[in-house]
Ligand binder design. Structure first.
Ligand code: TYM
Length: 344
């Protein structure tokens, strides 16, 4: 079986974009791949502490992401579910990759530019080196596929560049150690479906995000039915009725977003949604979307709340997952040490 690795940052406000772009798809892949799903807590501390909220908040958010994985149907006995900080190989391999990646490559990362904003001098070194740690997450397990939302595409491309440069730089040593032509795989992103980029409910030109100051911009996985209903009813739309064909969504980002969300939640495509609701008023469609969203998200939010209320089970899942992840990671780290020439 080929291997999938992916991760979600424990930074609070898990939302519909995280679910449709990532977590729901994680669960769908568990039968066809050998899957490792990580709560990337080392990544979560890259902003300023005032942003990530401090130790108590971090612990709470780690458990919340784990709860979302389990509530979405990820089976922690079939897959590996763990938090990144508990497997030291992530940080070790990231250091090697800090020395493989070039400044010019990181300077092109759009997520760093967005997150650092204007005050770049004050951004943490960790925020800058973040993509190297992400490459380490993936390559530590020789993952062949990474399911992510559209916004992570550039980071997966960088992961491939790092793998390629490592394979080239150490080609002789890789061969001499018996690993053949290449040590790391060139990992493929799995991005797609109608909700690879879920947009803000208030502004169709911005993606739905954990950090948007307006809570009305996103549907949180722990929102209750009333909140889901009122956010969808208040979602920005245009005055035209829904089109009957895909073409008619061009230039109508808010309409396209809601149609994409409906399609992803119902497991169909935008075409089918338009075939059913095209030509009708937005209010009718929004009513149907409310019903669908409450039906699909309600049980997940409920299960998340139940799981975090008594974190014993979550903590046991994470401990068991970390031990199993470590068994794979330790082998990679030993091999990388041999390839680089560190004496052990
Ligand atoms: P993070 O925590 O920001 O987001 C987790 C996942 O949710 C997806 N996502 C979205 N998908 C669709 N529409 C949206 N509006 C939306 N917002 C977020 C993200 O694409 C992601 O798949 N760098 C990663 C975490 C990471 C990782 C990794 C991922 C660290 N190491 C290794 C994969 C493999 C991040 O910040 O995701």
């Amino acid at each position: 079986k080929q291997r999938v690795f992916s991760g979600v940052q424990p930074t609070g406000n898990l939302h519909l974009g995280n679910y449709l772009g990532a977590i729901k798809r994680f669960a769908e892949l568990q039968d066809s791949f050998d899957c490792i799903y990580c709560v990337v807590d080392l990544h979560a501390i890259t902003p300023d502490m005032r942003v990530w909220g401090g130790p108590a908040e971090l612990s709470r958010n780690i458990r919340e992401v784990t709860a979302a994985y389990l509530a979405a149907g990820i089976d922690p006995t079939k897959n590996i579910v763990f938090n990144q900080s508990q497997v030291s190989g992530h940080a070790e391999l990231a250091w090697v990759f800090n020395c493989v990646a070039r400044l010019g490559w990181l300077n092109r990362m759009t997520q760093f530019k967005e997150k650092a904003g204007k005050d770049r001098e004050n951004a943490s070194v960790g925020l800058y080196a973040y993509p190297n740690l992400m490459a380490a997450d993936i390559l530590l397990y020789h993952a062949t596929h990474v399911p992510v939302g559209e916004d992570q595409k550039q980071h997966i491309e960088l992961t491939r560049d790092i793998a390629q440069k490592f394979n080239n730089d150490f080609a002789e040593s890789i061969a001499a150690n018996g690993f053949g032509e290449a040590y790391f795989p060139l990992t493929e992103p799995l991005i797609g479906g109608p909700a690879a980029r879920v947009m803000s409910l208030r502004d169709g030109s911005k993606k739905m995000s954990k950090s948007d100051p307006s809570d009305l911009s996103r549907i949180n996985l722990t929102d209750d039915a009333d909140a889901v209903a009122s956010k969808i009813r208040k979602a920005k739309t245009d005055p035209e009725p829904l089109p009957t064909e895909l073409d008619g969504l061009k230039g109508r980002p808010e309409a396209e977003n809601l149609v994409g969300i409906y399609a992803a939640l119902s497991g169909t495509g935008k075409e089918e949604v338009l075939a059913n609701y095209g030509g009708g008023q937005f209010s009718t469609f929004k009513g149907a979307l409310v019903e669908l969203a409450v039906d699909r998200l309600g049980p997940i939010g409920g299960e998340m709340k139940r799981l975090v209320a008594d974190p014993g089970h979550i903590d046991a899942v994470l401990r068991d997952g970390a031990a199993r992840a470590r068994a794979i990671a330790d082998v990679t780290i030993a091999q990388v040490k041999d390839i680089v020439g560190f004496v052990r």
